[in-house]
Ligand binder design. Sequence first.
Ligand code: NAD
Length: 259
Amino acid sequence: MTIDSPDIRDGFDFEGRTACVTGAAQGIGEAVAEAFAALGANVVVADIDGAGAEAVAERVADAHGVRAVGLETDVSEYDAAVAMVEATVEAFGSLDVLVNNAGVAGVENFLDSEPADWDEKLGVSLYGTLNCTHAALPGMVERGDGVVINYASSSYRGNDPGLAVYGAAKAANRSFTKTMSKEVGGSGVRVNCVCPGTVETPSTKAFVEKYREKLGQSYALERVGRPQEVANAVVFLASDAASWITGETVHVDGGYVRR
Ligand code: NAD
């Protein structure tokens, strides 16, 4: 910890630390992996798309002079989450920051869906968070140091017809964040959550391009977000500059006004 340092920049120094970012082969997760690398962290890029994860790891390692590995990981499987944490510790010695970025949306009216349709959304967006957190926390608690960042979404509020199951998973992640912060806070481990509004990523690109103007009306800043803008909040919450912030959900949503 560098919290006694008089230089605020030291709070954002991740050199010698390891960040593991799930769902980081593209989109917001890729931007998060890059942001940690830019601040000196070793990075694990975990994604169900193994080739994509390796490509991102290679790119950010080359660009920022850090070490990075890509891991094919299905976060909806508990054993895969355990293997991801073990591989991280084996490669870099410790897992200091876990970012539970992987999530799957998909628009569909609830009454048109079947139980099988809920599995992927809950499996990745909720169980992925539970699996990876359960696998990562024991090591953090033992060392008395570590940060977990979870993901909600503006749709946790229930404002978005078609996103009932996804929104429920994201609401659960907020609740889980708060509870976990209390369960592990005494050991010095922090657990926070980011709640993005609409961000232009490969999975939202077509939707954003079609409705860009209308979407802008939902935000005080009158535009959708960029992946890097969420990544900035993630690295802040993971940094020593946020050493007394835990259990919080930080809304990164350009001033979402459609409450
Ligand atoms: P994206 O769909 O562009 O990328 C998601 C990544 O997760 C992909 O690389 C995909 O291969 C990976 N993935 C999917 N299933 C996986 C699994 N089972 N195990 C591991 N990886 C898996 O997503 P995005 O738009 O960058 O969103 C990232 C996060 O931010 C998600 O949690 C999402 O719910 C949240 N979010 C996004 C927006 C938005 O508008 N983009 C808004 C609010 C919240």
